[in-house]
Design a protein around this ligand. Structure first.
Ligand SMILES: Nc1nc(=O)c2c([nH]1)NC[C@@H]1CN(c3ccc(C(=O)N[C@@H](CCC(=O)O)C(=O)O)cc3)CN21
Ligand SMILES: O=c1ccn([C@H]2C[C@H](O)[C@@H](COP(=O)(O)O)O2)c(=O)[nH]1
Length: 302
């Protein structure tokens, strides 16, 4: 994970001021790459406590093909709450009246999430993010890409076409309404001569402080799950970035992060009896030897 900290330092030092959709402002660079050997341990940042429970639930939610925040909310994971909420405010003409992350906004957000929890009809209507990751992974114009790629890895491991894409140009506008166009856009698997499974992700846009630690752990887990069901060993996770940025309201947090020293990586164990990608449950994941520094709170740019 030193590579992540080096990238954080690089963007902090060399990132160039750039305005962005959220109005927050960033330091940004274009085109970088991180790699990690998955056999060396589970790539979960140790210089701050990372919310792994949320990462696991989010990944299972993608794999289920689910695009409604109801599943996440019911499992007490709030990482996608702000986007359907903002869409809800917009429909009421309130999105420009409430200051994001202000007291009123926060209060209304809690009310909104309470309604998602209690009222199924409300959740159906307002919890839906549109045709985001889960939809594209499981039903991209009728193709179940996850099912296809697993079968292809098993039967044609030398293939150079082991690709899953979340970027569906015809549906981007719809994704942007209540959710976001996919940031982790496309990934490719690779099976080496010695039966190791690697995965490379292209991430078009990367919130380096908040989102990237989630993205690394999530794809490392996905690669472990696919390796297990395809009976392969673990290779590398290669993370390729387009616009990598640090939001201007994360700079203090980045300095804290960079002042800390990484510890040995934790270990992740998957329940070995699971042989079907679609049958993993939350209880099938066990993290041990994780001794991180304290969490570092930061507001998410909406
Ligand atoms: N600006 C932005 N950055 C992102 O990383 C991001 C988005 N937007 N939009 C969609 C998803 C949602 N993701 C998120 C959203 C919030 C956190 C976050 O706040 N993480 C906290 C812990 C949150 C908690 O404990 O509930 C952290 O400290 O990592 C992380 C990833 C990643 N994505
Ligand atoms: O998994 C994710 C999802 C989102 N992000 C970040 C990257 C950007 O900061 C925003 C998305 O804004 P766009 O204007 O659509 O690029 O969310 C991430 O890092 N990881």
């Amino acid at each position: 994970m030193q590579a992540y900290l080096d990238l954080l330092q690089d963007v902090y030092d060399h990132g160039v001021g750039k305005d962005d959709r959220t109005g927050t402002g960033t330091r940004s660079v274009f085109g970088r790459q991180l790699r990690c050997d998955l056999a060396e341990g589970f790539p979960l940042l140790t210089t701050k406590k990372v919310f792994l429970r949320g990462i696991i639930h989010e990944l299972l939610w993608f794999v289920r093909g689910d695009t409604n925040i109801k599943y996440l909310v019911d499992n007490n994971v709030g990482i996608w709450n702000e986007w359907p909420f903002q869409n809800y405010l917009k429909s009421k003409g309130l999105d420009n009246k409430l200051e994001k992350h202000g007291c009123d906004w926060q209060y209304q957000l809690e009310e909104f999430i309470g309604k998602i929890q209690r009222d199924d009809t409300f959740a159906q209507q307002w919890g839906e993010l549109g045709p985001v990751y889960g939809k594209q992974w499981r039903n991209f114009s009728g193709v179940d890409q996850l099912d296809w790629v697993i079968n292809e890895i098993k039967t044609n491991p030398n293939s150079r076409r082991l690709i899953v894409s979340a970027w569906n140009p015809g549906e981007i506008e719809e994704m942007a309404k209540a959710g976001l166009p996919p940031c982790h856009t496309l990934f490719q698997f690779y099976v080496s001569h010695d039966n190791k499974l690697s995965c490379q992700l292209y991430q078009r846009s990367a919130d380096l402080f908040l989102g990237v630690p989630f993205n690394i752990a999530s794809y490392a887990l996905l690669t472990m799950m696919v390796a297990q069901v395809c009976k392969l060993q673990l290779g590398e996770f290669v993370h390729t970035f387009g616009d990598v940025h640090i939001y201007s309201n994360h700079e203090e947090q980045v300095r804290t992060q960079l002042s800390r020293t990484p510890k040995p990586l934790p270990k992740m164990t998957l329940n070995p009896s699971v042989t079907d990608l679609f049958e993993f449950r939350f209880e099938d994941f066990e993290l041990t030897e994780y001794h991180p520094d304290a969490a570092i709170r930061a507001p998410v740019a909406v």
